[in-house]
Design a protein around this ligand. Structure first.
Ligand SMILES: Cc1cc2nc3c(=O)[nH]c(=O)nc-3n(C[C@H](O)[C@H](O)[C@H](O)COP(=O)(O)OP(=O)(O)OC[C@H]3O[C@@H](n4cnc5c(N)ncnc54)[C@H](O)[C@@H]3O)c2cc1C
Length: 318
């Protein structure tokens, strides 16, 4: 209950333009930016990705920040940044793995253009990847519940065109079991997360225990015999070490080897855990955000853990 209330309050702060503008222009909050964000631009993001790979073999998913963008000029700039970071990361022979929120590339103002924009990014990834091995893709992030159906339809349409695309699904939603079954049969790449948004009891599980229970059921489905036969690629994106252990046990029991699936975590959150997994030979990726619009991303991270209240207070009063 406390956790849901805290998370809902932080989601409110993430969506407030006034708070965003104040926080992003305040020198006091630079501590938070430094914790969760690689830097202001693609060069900083790329430098962090190179350093993670060289120091610990950890891969990256590049994310130019911004969400619910309602300015056409910013949509254009976002597209430019996503394409530029794909070029930069390809030059270092790293995975060309670009995370995108549909509301960054026009869903709010020109929904009819979203597919064209997403297709441009996915085509760029395909062109840069060429025959090289690696997990190259446009990864579609999943936003609030109103975006589920359009994001899944976007994924399926790009996938049907043979483009390298992957999808995020959220364990907090009741519908996700059905969505995952469909993606397993399609042989997709799916990133499973618990969910950083709030929704009512008709749509979503409310307690931490229920969400964790659903995560386990979904992990079993993602590592099922059918998933293997269909060429499905499971991505388990969590900082929850109990789920890491559960994933590894399920994978081994069902005959999945290291490298046939991956773990993904967020920059600045339990990076020691990511390094330990990588040291054990697991494939691990970090989500590497960069750009100037860092407040919504940072405050969502704070919302994920009430213990992070101290971080927010420290940033405001230091
Ligand atoms: C790579 C990646 C991509 C994501 N993409 C999406 C997306 O597209 N859509 C979406 O809705 N959500 C997304 N999320 C966020 C996700 O839904 C969760 O909100 C977030 O991962 C926290 O849940 P958890 O699974 O780590 O478990 P929790 O139960 O929240 O946490 C597990 C453990 O990690 C610690 N922990 C978790 N988060 C933090 C934090 N911020 N600071 C400090 N400790 C923490 C907790 O204290 C706890 O000990 C993504 C997460 C990851 C890792």
């Amino acid at each position: 209950m406390i956790r849901r209330t805290w998370q809902a309050a932080m989601i409110g702060l993430a969506r407030s333009n006034t708070v965003q503008s104040f926080m992003q222009n305040s020198r006091a909050t630079s501590f938070l930016r430094g914790k969760y964000v690689a830097g202001d631009n693609g060069d900083a993001g790329c430098a962090r990705a190179v350093s993670l790979f060289k120091s610990s073999g950890i891969r990256s998913s590049m994310f130019f920040m911004g969400e619910y963008v309602d300015d056409p000029a910013l949509v254009k700039e976002t597209l430019r940044q996503k394409l530029a970071v794909a070029d930069a990361i390809a030059a270092h022979q790293l995975d060309i793995h670009i995370s995108v929120d549909p509301t960054q590339i026009g869903h709010v103002i020109t929904p009819e253009a979203v597919e064209d924009h997403a297709q441009t990014i996915a085509q760029k990834v395909r062109e840069l990847a060429g025959p090289s091995t690696g997990v190259h893709c446009l990864m579609l992030d999943m936003e609030d519940a109103s975006l589920n159906t359009p994001t899944i339809a976007l994924h399926n349409s790009l996938q049907d065109k043979g483009l390298p695309v992957a999808l995020t699904l959220q364990a907090y939603l009741r519908r996700t079991w059905g969505d995952m079954e469909q993606q397993v049969r399609r042989g997709s790449r799916v990133r499973l997360v618990k969910g950083a948004f709030a929704a009512g009891p008709k749509l979503a599980f409310q307690s931490k225990a229920e969400i964790k229970h659903n995560s386990r059921r979904l992990i079993e489905l993602m590592f099922s015999d059918t998933a293997k036969e269909c060429g499905f690629y499971p991505i388990i994106a969590t900082h929850d070490t109990i789920l890491h252990t559960f994933t590894i046990e399920t994978a081994r029991r069902n005959g999945w080897a290291q490298g046939e699936y991956e773990f993904e975590m967020l920059l600045g959150v339990r990076e020691d855990v990511a390094k330990t997994l990588a040291d054990k030979g697991e494939r691990v990726r970090l989500y590497v955000p960069f750009g100037r619009d860092w407040w919504p991303h940072a405050v969502r991270r704070i919302g994920e853990n009430p213990a992070n209240a101290a971080l927010l207070i420290r940033s405001l009063f230091q």
